[in-house]
Design a protein around this ligand. Structure first.
Ligand code: ZN
Ligand code: ZN
Length: 439
């Protein structure tokens, strides 16, 4: 670790001890079984469903996951329907009618997989290459796919990045997604699943086409991850930064990692030539009438501040506070009949959405706000004119596209967005740091 890195790390401890959280440390050796293909990842692909339909794409086994006993063999294309019976899962179809607490449907051979669709709750219809574990929870059926890391990564790249993005961008995305996945292992369903298939973790809709850039990007970088010293990087990424990426702590309090810091994403041609500028939705505008903003603030302020029964009263004013670099909005001061509340970082986006991370709300925290006023000075509307999409931390996907089109390699792209990080592993079986000159 360099002297400057030590100084930053010291600052990290001070800062995080104040909120009682230290960043997770995952040593590369701890994840080697996943990189070598000896251990699979477990992806939560459905939760709270009232029904699940499974159609094997080849022969498949139905197995009692607790005893390991084989309960039946189903033929290609036959339909299995799962429903919940108290603590058990009931499977019917193809001559089977069985109830167990944990039922696994396993393809009989590689490259077969199953098609899955769900009713109720959430789940993404798709072709899943791994084995599916069905369990019953109080909310409904849960499905966790157990799948080889590299197959999962190809599926993530296919879901996270448009298929026309250049090959080097897909390779950079594959390395970021692989590193992110291994850093966040075990994070769902009380440790029964590693990651969910939604944007909360990484979007994943099942297998990627074998000849897609996503599959090729995953294959070309198989087993390769980003490290800081010998510890995995929290390789966050987003859609478009709008000109400069964000320092993590500005957006997500409590995440101060030395490589998640602001990076200028403009080429030498100046600020109007951000690498992500070709995202045609990069500039955005949202207008809220005073009544809409008032309603959103009343509904969402308590949720965002962790004060559920807060009754903030009528909205009076909104005020924007920027960070020292004048870029992203750091705080939004919300003045209501009962006081002034400070909403920080990404939570500002959700104030105008559902009060939690999701597709609604402001697209980013890079924005100007104008308040339309009455003759008497009272606000009648708020107009937000912004740039970029997403939290702005780490790799900028549209920027990766722009950099790849201008000739940068996947390694140059990653070195730009995660400054100071190195690569580890690669080509299953090979391990160790890659020399810096490969950057
Ligand atoms: Zn998740
Ligand atoms: Zn960008």
């Amino acid at each position: 670790m360099t002297a400057s890195a030590l100084a930053v790390a010291g600052l990290t401890c001070l800062h995080l001890s104040a909120v009682g959280a230290l960043p997770r440390e995952v040593h590369v050796e701890a994840v080697r079984p996943y990189l070598d293909g000896r251990r699979d990842v477990r992806i939560l692909i459905a939760e709270g469903a009232s029904g699940v339909s499974v159609r094997p794409l080849g022969a498949a086994y139905v197995v009692d996951d607790q005893s390991g006993a084989r309960l039946g063999v189903v033929r290609k294309g036959s339909l299995l329907s799962a429903s919940r019976r108290g603590p058990k899962v009931r499977i019917s179809g193809s001559g089977l009618y069985i109830s167990r607490e944990r039922i696994r449907i396993s393809p009989a051979g590689p490259d077969l997989g199953v098609r899955m669709s769900t009713r109720g709750g959430w789940g993404r219809r798709g072709s899943y290459p791994g084995s599916l574990l069905l369990t019953s929870t109080e909310r409904g059926l849960r499905v966790v796919e157990q799948v080889d890391l590299e197959t999962y990564i190809a599926g993530v790249v296919a879901s996270e990045m448009p298929s026309h993005f250049p090959p080097e961008a897909a390779k950079a995305q594959a390395i970021a997604a692989r590193t992110y996945a291994l850093y966040h292992l075990g994070g769902h369903a009380a440790g029964e699943a590693d990651l969910c298939a939604r944007v909360h973790c990484q979007a994943y809709g099942g297998a990627a086409a074998a000849d897609s850039r996503a599959s090729k990007g995953a294959k070309a970088t198989a087993g390769r991850v980003l490290v800081w010293d010998a510890v995995l990087v929290d390789a966050m990424y987003h859609s478009a930064c709008g000109g400069a990426t964000a320092t993590a702590w500005e957006v997500r309090q409590g995440k101060l990692l030395p490589y998640l810091r602001t990076v200028n994403d403009s080429s030498h041609l100046g600020p109007s030539s951000a690498y992500c500028a070709q995202d045609h939705t990069i500039d955005w505008t949202r207008r809220y009438s005073f009544a809409e903003a008032d309603q959103l603030a009343r509904r969402n302020l308590g949720l965002l501040l962790g004060w559920r029964d807060l009754k903030p009263g009528r909205l009076r004013a909104l005020e924007v506070v920027r960070g020292p670099d004048g870029g992203r909005v750091q705080w939004l001061k919300v003045t209501t009949g009962t006081g002034t509340y400070e909403v920080r970082g990404d939570a500002i986006r959700w104030l105008f959405g559902d009060g939690r991370p999701g597709p609604n709300g402001l697209r980013s925290t890079v924005f100007e706000m104008r308040a339309g006023t009455t003759a008497g000075g009272g606000p009648v509307s708020f107009v937000f004119s912004g740039r970029g999409h997403g939290h702005g931390i780490g790799l900028c996907q549209w920027g990766a596209r722009g950099r790849a089109l201008s000739g940068q390699t996947a390694y140059e792209i990653l070195a730009a967005y995660y400054p100071g990080c190195r690569f580890w592993g690669g080509a299953r079986g090979l391990s160790g740091f890659l020399p810096n000159d490969t950057l």
